[in-house]
Write a protein that binds this ligand. Structure first.
Ligand SMILES: [Zn+2]
Ligand SMILES: [Zn+2]
Length: 124
């Protein structure tokens, strides 16, 4: 089974995820921009039991981030862990979004991901 590793910028938080993610998504919404400091968020879901996480995390509104350097690792909801894919080691991470959310907020110089479902706003 494939294992991917990742962590924060300073190295205080490390994680490993086993197997392929159950979902890969990309979100262009205003909140994801603020959270990430970037133009969009790119993330994937793994079952809780497929994730090993080590290090001190802080939390704001469900977002988990390194207590030292502030890198945002993702969130945990019930038995699903959402990992911000920019925190994976050895880029590029070789995972392609299956869905793009809030495309009405997408920067005009970004193009739709081929094969990904396109949602004007949220998926639900
Ligand atoms: Zn850190
Ligand atoms: Zn969003």
């Amino acid at each position: 089974m494939r294992e991917r590793t990742g962590g924060c910028l300073c190295g205080a938080v490390r994680y490993a995820v086993r197997g392929e993610p159950t979902h890969v998504g990309c979100c262009h919404c205003a909140d994801c921009r603020k959270r990430s400091g970037s133009a969009f968020a790119i993330y994937a879901h793994w079952p809780l039991e497929a994730v090993d996480l080590d290090g001190e995390l802080r939390e704001y509104d469900g977002d988990r981030f390194c207590a030292t350097c502030g890198s945002r690792l993702g969130s945990i909801e019930d038995d699903t862990v959402e990992i911000n894919l920019g925190t994976l080691d050895d880029p590029p991470f070789d995972l392609v979004p299956q869905a793009e959310l809030w495309i009405k907020r997408r920067e005009p110089w970004l193009h739709p991901v081929e094969g990904a479902s396109q949602y004007r706003e949220n998926r639900h």
